[in-house]
Write a protein that binds this ligand. Structure first.
Ligand code: ADP
Ligand code: MG
Length: 278
């Protein structure tokens, strides 16, 4: 399978009063077409700096980033890169540009110079993909947080990206909004084969990914399936991260002599284990 994202020895340094501050320190990372990858890491570990590099908002101090075969240092490819790898940010209010939902969704396509009839089709399809078609004539500022994020996602998918990078896109939402957005992300990945890079501090969301990457101090410190990564409870806690609630619970049960599988990630798995013991 081809790589949509290739990060080769990425170093990114911010200018600082006394010299520079290294936010990304020799990071290597590949994401294959169709993969769903989650990135977790403590505040300040460099996740947003990485995502901005992937979208060519920032360019590497050294090393290379190749998005769908295009190097982000190639300024001529800037719009192709942003079209191939769309970004959804944390705050939905900062991403709304128009006063009507469908106009907002059309905005990116208009910038790409796509024909109006074609835009109409893409906007309608995208709104249906995120289950917001019935809201197409509403005013975005009257929607819930989860609905606003889905409108933002529709604006990205209208541009037919290979890949979408979500930088803590669920962080400001209430539990139901988070669930709506997670369901949308999973559908886009599973049914439309859109590659997903999901940066999150919710471990329950990371569990849904094919692969989890753990960042710390600008480096990748761990990587694997959710089962592999979350089996290292103590290491994760040592760098200030949580494990999924059910992993935590299985550890507590084992401490009390109830021998459930220690590698449980979800409520369903916990229920299965408890039924088995009974
Ligand atoms: P995360 O998204 O994982 O919380 P960031 O990528 O935002 O981490 O930040 C990584 C490090 O870079 C932090 O120490 C942060 O203070 C620093 N940093 C982020 N943005 C800037 C900036 N614009 N100028 C200087 N330092 C920054
Ligand atoms: Mg961040």
């Amino acid at each position: 399978m081809k790589n949509i994202i290739e990060v080769e020895n990425l170093v990114f340094e911010y200018p600082h009063e006394k010299g520079t501050y290294r936010a990304i320190d020799e990071l290597n990372l590949n994401v294959k077409k169709g993969e769903f990858v989650a990135i977790i890491g403590h505040n300040g570990s460099g996740k947003s700096t990485l995502s901005k590099n992937l979208n060519a908002i920032l360019v590497p101090t050294s090393g290379n980033i190749i998005i769908n075969g295009m190097n982000t240092k190639n300024e001529e490819k800037l719009w192709d890169i942003r079209q191939a790898a769309g970004m959804v940010f944390q705050n939905p209010d900062n991403q709304i540009v128009a006063t009507i939902v469908e106009e907002d969704v059309a905005f990116g396509c208009e910038n790409l110079g796509i024909e109006p009839t074609e835009i109409r089709k893409k906007v309608d399809e995208s709104l249906k993909n995120v289950d917001m078609y019935d809201f197409r004539e509403r005013q975005p500022h009257l929607l819930s947080g989860g609905q606003k994020q889905r409108v933002a996602i529709a604006g990205i998918i209208a541009m037919r990206p290979e890949c979408i990078i979500f930088d803590e896109a669920t962080a400001m939402l209430d539990p139901s909004g988070r669930q709506e957005v997670m369901n949308t992300i999973k559908t886009l990945n599973r049914d439309y084969n859109i590659t997903v890079l999901h940066i999150t501090h919710f471990m329950e969301e990371a569990v849904e990914a094919d692969r989890v990457i753990v960042m710390e101090k600008g480096q990748k410190v761990s990587e694997g399936t959710p089962k592999e990564v979350f089996s290292h409870v103590d290491e994760l806690k040592a760098i200030g991260l949580d494990v999924p609630y059910m992993t935590e619970l299985s550890k507590l049960l084992n401490n009390d002599g109830i021998n459930v599988d220690k590698n449980i990630l979800t409520v369903d798995e916990m229920v299965g284990e408890l039924c088995r013991l009974k």
